[in-house]
Write a protein that binds this ligand. Structure first.
Ligand SMILES: OC[C@H]1O[C@H](O[C@H]2O[C@H](CO)[C@@H](O)[C@H](O)[C@H]2O)[C@H](O)[C@@H](O)[C@@H]1O
Ligand SMILES: [Ca+2]
Length: 548
């Protein structure tokens, strides 16, 4: 990494999310590991990503794929050692790739020594108060249940403690108690441990739920924001330049406070825009996107949205109305096995029936909307999923490197793999793999790589303003990104057929729109409607050159 780097580096980043276990198994035991990931860094560098986000890799009983942490300072021995992790960070930095890791701040595993100690400690003691206990399951009635398919209550009775404990997620994930100042102290020490190893930031998991209060829905409380401000102040004081990314699955107005006045998180996921992008292309109507972007408040200059199409969880439908949820399920989850909790557990390519043009359109929106794009591993080659597997395991299968046994992911006997690779005729590794796509200049992989390169040339995408242009044809969306001397016009056709569109570009009269994928100059802008006819699911990115 080039130090001192731009403190706003995350605004220009291209983030790639992966599991250590799923990427590459270097020692043939069937589980991906740090060494395997390290060997694949040249691949990531070639793809062009600039930040690697690793899902939890800490010791864990793995009842929530590592989001149930039993030791925050170590690493799961199946993935390697702390030294292996340190080497990975060094090597990633040498290739100018930042490393983002998880801080599961809301809860631990029930196997964590803090919980084992707490349940045996006397009532009212500091040890006991690491978690949220009650003599009755009647408190905090206003809080919703998040994992609706498995949990019936946010309280579970603990025989050892003789009390109920609070959990917003699985019952084996007791919530930490931030009313106890020792909890935050302990977390800051954990942060220091990893920050000293050189990591570039944390994704703060499930942060709306840190503090509970009766008579509220126990989400986004002022006390929760007070905790986050302390976390940020600590980072600012001791590790300036490192980044905090808020995972707050909330409406834009409720996410906005997670940026504070630039004194909480540097970044936050924009959850509601994602399902609306899918809704818009299914309805062939720009309204869902324009509406949510108009409802998205301004954020402080140093802050940034994190944008994604898919991730390791289900495509969450928490931030849509009930009607919209029904529509999304009808449109994207025909089979009941495709839904999980309040969402759809499918990967990008199968969601759009492997439609190449739709995948490209979706990515064009991801790469041109205001924020930092996040790619989920395997989506760059159009990997598939398997809805017959439990929970979210169907979207967490081994990376498909080649058509060799086990998709080139591992030399272990197939029965020893942490998960079988996808083998169906359309998305299986014989048909979809990195090796074949790298050898094919027309492949999805080359297209994604090209888009990443293009985006990296134009800081306006990560830093600029966004303005929607009025368009009479609702099947087309047009917006302008502007930053310093750069103005980019994006036009996307959300329908499957060609569409005409007339744009009022008179503000840029005299400028020449240069189509950015082919560097083709289009007719100059005059004081008259500018007519375009994008193909079905087609899009244009134009750099507006010259003019006044
Ligand atoms: O650690 C528990 C969970 O935390 C994250 O959850 C988020 O994902 C949920 C969907 O699976 C979502 O509904 C919720 O609002 C989020 O906080 C994490 O990403 C999950 O993998 C994890 O199980
Ligand atoms: Ca291994």
């Amino acid at each position: 990494m080039d130090y001192p780097r731009d403190p706003l580096w995350y605004k220009d980043a291209i983030i790639y999310e992966t599991h250590v276990k799923a990427f590459r198994d270097s020692n043939g035991d069937g589980v991906g590991d740090f060494q395997g990931l390290l060997e694949k860094l040249p691949y990531l560098e070639d793809l062009g990503i600039t930040c690697l986000w690793l899902l939890p890799f800490f010791p864990s009983p793995l009842r929530d794929d590592g989001y149930d942490i039993a030791d925050y300072l170590g690493v799961n021995p199946s993935f390697g050692t702390v030294d292996d992790f340190r080497r990975l960070v060094e090597e990633a930095h040498r290739r100018e790739i930042a490393v983002l890791i998880e801080l599961v701040v809301n809860h631990t595993s029930d196997q964590h020594p803090w919980f084992q100690r707490a349940r045996r400690a006397p009532k009212g003691s500091v040890e006991r108060d690491f978690y949220v206990w009650s003599d009755t399951p009647e408190r905090f009635k206003g809080a919703r249940i998040i994992f609706t398919d498995t949990e019936k209550s946010n309280w579970t009775w603990d025989e050892v403690a003789g009390a109920w404990y609070w959990h917003r997620f699985f019952h084996h994930q007791p919530d930490l108690n931030f009313d106890n100042p020792r909890v935050l102290e302990a977390l800051l020490q954990i942060m220091r441990h990893w920050l000293d190893m050189g990591i570039d930031g944390f994704r703060l998991d499930a942060i709306p739920y840190l503090v509970e209060r009766d008579g509220t829905n126990c989400e986004n409380l002022p006390e929760t924001h007070a905790v986050i401000k302390q976390i940020r102040a600590y980072v600012e004081q001791h590790y300036p330049g490192r980044m905090l990314l808020a995972e707050a699955n909330q409406w834009p107005a409720d996410v906005r406070p997670y940026f504070g006045d630039g004194d909480e998180c540097h970044m936050a996921f924009h959850f509601p825009v994602m399902p609306r992008i899918f809704m818009a292309i299914r309805r062939e109507d720009s309204e869902p996107i324009v509406d949510i972007m108009r409802r998205t408040p301004e954020i402080p200059e140093t802050c940034q949205w994190a944008l994604f199409l898919r991730n390791h969880d289900e495509l969450t439908l928490e931030m849509v109305t009930e009607l919209e949820r029904d529509y999304m399920v009808l449109a994207y989850a025909r089979d009941p096995g495709m839904t999980l909790n309040v969402g759809i557990r499918r990967r990008l390519a199968p969601l759009v029936d492997n439609g190449r043009r739709r995948i490209q359109l979706l990515n064009s929106l991801l790469f041109s909307f205001p924020g930092t794009p996040i790619l989920y591993y395997g989506d760059e080659i159009g990997m598939g999923d398997d809805i017959r597997r439990p929970d979210r395991d169907g979207v967490r299968t081994p990376m498909q490197w080649s058509n060799e046994p086990n998709a080139g992911f591992s030399t272990a006997e197939t029965s020893k793999l942490y998960s079988l690779p996808i083998t169906d005729p359309i998305y299986g590794y014989a048909a979809v793999n990195v090796e074949a796509q790298r050898a094919d200049p027309s492949s999805m992989w080359h297209w994604v790589r090209n888009m990443i390169r293009l985006r990296k040339h134009f800081q306006v995408f990560g830093r600029g303003s966004m303005e929607f242009l009025p368009v009479a044809n609702p099947k087309v969306i047009a917006y302008v990104r502007h930053w310093e001397d750069d103005t980019i016009l994006c036009v996307a056709n959300l329908s499957r057929h060609p569409q005409p569109v007339e744009l009022d570009l008179s503000r840029w009269e005299g400028a020449t729109p240069v189509e950015m994928l082919g560097f083709t100059p289009f007719p100059s802008i005059r004081n008259e409607p500018y007519v375009l006819t994008p193909n079905g699911y087609g899009f244009f990115w134009f750099e507006l050159r010259g003019g006044h």
